[in-house]
Ligand binder design. Structure first.
Ligand code: ATP
Ligand code: MG
Length: 669
């Protein structure tokens, strides 16, 4: 508390009504939340288990819990809920699954699962156009986030494509139900619907939550906002903090207007603005402020810092993308030597995941240790997905996706024709594939030999499922893996023994993780709980694996939200990369500007931007155009390197429009 400035202290102390803290980057919004949790427990006598804090990522949630743990003595912080919106939703669904009509052990469909289901349903609608797959998935997700049921979507559809999307949406929801599964959007949507339709259930939750806090509020979507509104109910004891200039998830349905909505829904809302930035040097801050001034503003904010002017912002232009990555790697190495810093003090930020590959290569060449957030994570490895599918089937036999993934892994000689017939039979009977295997009618459509093969598999799974509840579940899972002969199969299907060994190691690591969750969870945790937790962690942490060792951090601008690093490199500062081409085409450059604002404000001491003069694209080398955002920065605070003679601003703005580059663009070169 002693460290807080007056405004921050006011935000922490104010508990008599709803509070919105609206402030720019690095002004201590997250710090207000952690301190306030400690204050509520220690000074106001609230029980930790009656406090719920929501953050944007699992990583942020972990950090917040840790920080509170340090501020609060003894076990007083025990039982505190700090989670993402999705985890909070999962908790609610887990506890209320009966009222929602789900069986325990329901599955969670990740993006990939959802996509393959949608593809399958489109196939049934005779729409085999994979180009529209992403569009339809996106539209369905948006409808869900706007709480639009399929029936309404059908009525409102304005053209053939929307009509198709609405029909797929209808079947998609029904199929999820049949699979006893929920998707990512359902994790928020279902609790909101439950609370809307069951005031008694809602009241129970409202009584449990005495205070609620939300970080990164500008990125909540409509359903998430509704969930908060429902949970805080009439007592309105909550604090939300946010920065409209950092809203970067509009494409996922985030609504910065929720900031205004809040004011209308809670007339007693108190607003506190923070203006001192404790993170960045004045130059970095000025660059961020000047840039974001090009966007229209909902609320006016000024940010200042006492951390000194700091170094000029470097804008380095390299010959091509190889030279760019090479330059970043050597810059880090020499800077580290000169200033005796740590690798973890450096972060390299980029717009798209694909940009990390070259950087990785160069960092490896220079033996610089690095960590990528959102790279190929543990859970996206094939062997881990296989075993997860076994586990999913174990807790939810109706999970057809899981069934299909492992019915022939390892080989059980059940071919595509058998599966197709099984699928048609199950579809006609409205039962899951697993259940269909048990039905007597199956013999009428399938040769006895194949029925026998299928039944051998389900009988085996049934036996394991039963033993999971009577015997030690972990021992049973280990037996299941041994029995299935998966290890042998893995050795036969890996490129070398070393690889196979490593992959099997991942399988055992997965089993250990379940053990750990069971050990750590409350007494009544079941194997179903452990697996559904693991599934959710899997999905969330594909974006954000834990790694605290001394490594240079590589991450996308989106993933960098809320974090800070002494030295930041922003690479690929070119038109079509940042701002991204699709955003330019869709006239949505403002969101890209906010993304750039987020990137700049991650830096504490120094910021370097790089770009490549030429870049390979679809096998051709193209001349790039420097990002318009460079031109928008305060030129007096920049130093240009590798530009030859830096052109005047007039020439700069003409640059993108000269005949040659226009021609190149129109020819897509
Ligand atoms: P962002 O918008 O990027 O999420 P934020 O507003 O949440 O930023 P914090 O991450 O809470 O800001 O704080 C930024 C930095 O300033 C942190 O390193 C934090 O420890 C420090 N800080 C916050 N308040 C103070 C203070 N009163 N005195 C000194 N340092 C502070
Ligand atoms: Mg923050």
């Amino acid at each position: 508390m002693s460290r807080l400035n007056n405004r921050q202290a006011e935000a922490v102390n104010y508990i008599s009504g709803p509070l919105l803290v609206l402030a720019g980057a690095g002004s201590g919004k997250t710090s207000v939340i952690t301190t306030k949790i400690a204050y509520l427990i220690q000074e106001c006598g609230l029980k930790a288990r009656n406090i719920v804090a929501v953050t944007f990522t699992n990583k942020a949630a972990r950090e917040m819990k840790e920080r509170v743990g340090k501020l609060v003595k003894g076990r007083a912080s025990h039982g505190l809920t700090v989670s993402t919106f999705h985890n909070l939703g999962l908790n609610i669904i887990r506890k209320e699954h009966k009222a929602l009509g789900f069986k325990p052990g329901f599955s969670i469909f990740d993006d990939q699962d959802a996509k393959s289901l949608i593809k399958e349903l489109m196939h049934r609608e005779l729409a085999d156009n994979d180009d529209s797959l992403d569009f339809i998935q996106h539209v369905i997700s948006n409808w869900k986030n706007d709480m639009l049921p399929p029936e309404t979507a059908l009525q409102m559809a304005r053209n053939d494509q929307e009509m198709l999307a609405a029909r797929v949406y209808l079947h998609y929801n029904r199929t999820l139900r049949a699979y006893n599964a929920v998707d990512f959007d359902d994790l928020i949507l279902l609790p909101v619907q439950l609370f809307r339709d069951n005031p008694d259930v809602l009241e129970r939750w409202q009584k449990k939550i005495h205070y609620m806090l939300v970080d990164e509020y500008q990125d909540t979507n409509s359903t998430q906002y509704l969930l908060v509104k429902q949970l805080v109910g009439g007592h309105s004891r909550f604090t939300v903090v946010g920065d409209d200039d950092q809203s970067i998830y509009a494409w996922r349905g985030a609504r910065p207007e929720n900031l205004i909505q809040l004011n209308e829904d809670f007339p007693g809302l108190k607003l506190i603005k923070l203006e001192q930035n404790y993170r960045s040097t004045s130059r970095i801050l000025k660059a961020a402020n000047v840039l974001i001034d090009n966007n229209p503003h909902v609320f006016d904010k000024k940010l200042w810092s006492e951390l000194g002017m700091g170094d000029e912002i470097r804008i380095i232009r390299c010959r091509n993308e190889d030279a760019e990555s090479e330059r970043v790697a050597t810059e880090i190495l020499t800077h580290k030597l000169k200033h005796d810093t740590h690798y973890r003090d450096y972060a390299i930020l980029y717009r798209g995941n694909h940009q990390s590959r070259l950087l990785e290569l160069k960092l490896q060449q220079h033996q610089v240790p690095y960590h990528i957030t959102g790279g190929t994570s543990f859970f996206s490895r094939a062997e881990v997905k296989d075993i997860m599918a076994y586990l999913r089937l174990l807790v939810n036999p109706d999970d057809d996706n899981a069934f299909l993934r492992i019915i022939n892994v390892p080989r059980r000689e059940i071919g595509p024709t058998t599966l197709e017939k099984l699928g048609t039979y199950a579809g006609d009977r409205h039962v899951s594939l697993y259940q269909a295997c048990h039905e007597f009618g199956l013999e009428q459509v399938l040769d006895a030999r194949y029925v026998e093969k299928l039944r051998r598999f389900t009988a085996w799974m049934d036996d394991i499922t039963r033993r999971c509840s009577t015997d030690d579940p972990i021992a049973t899972i280990k037996e299941m893996i041994a029995d299935s002969d998966y290890e042998n199969w893995l050795y036969q299907n890996s490129s070398s023994e070393v690889v196979a060994e490593k992959r099997m190691g991942n399988v055992w690591f997965l089993v250990e993780s379940i053990q750990q969750i069971l050990d750590r969870a409350d007494e009544d945790a079941t194997i179903e709980d452990a697996i559904s937790r693991l599934l959710l962690r899997d999905m969330m942490e594909r974006q954000e694996e834990e790694d605290d060792s001394d490594k240079v951090q590589l991450l996308t601008l989106h993933a960098s939200k809320g974090l800070e690093y002494p030295y930041v490199f922003m690479v690929g500062m070119e038109e079509d990369l940042l701002p991204h081409r699709t955003s330019i085409e869709e006239d949505n450059v403002e969101e890209e500007r906010r993304l750039t604002y987020v990137g700049i404000t991650r830096a504490r001491k120094a910021l370097t931007m790089t770009l490549a003069a030429t870049r390979r694209q679809f096998g051709e080398t193209i001349d790039t155009t420097p990002s318009r955002f460079i031109d928008e920065l305060p030129q007096e605070d920049l130093t240009y390197e590798g530009w030859g003679e830096r052109s005047t601003p007039e020439q700069q703005s003409a640059r993108g429009n000269d005949a040659l580059s226009l021609m190149r663009k129109s020819l897509n070169l």
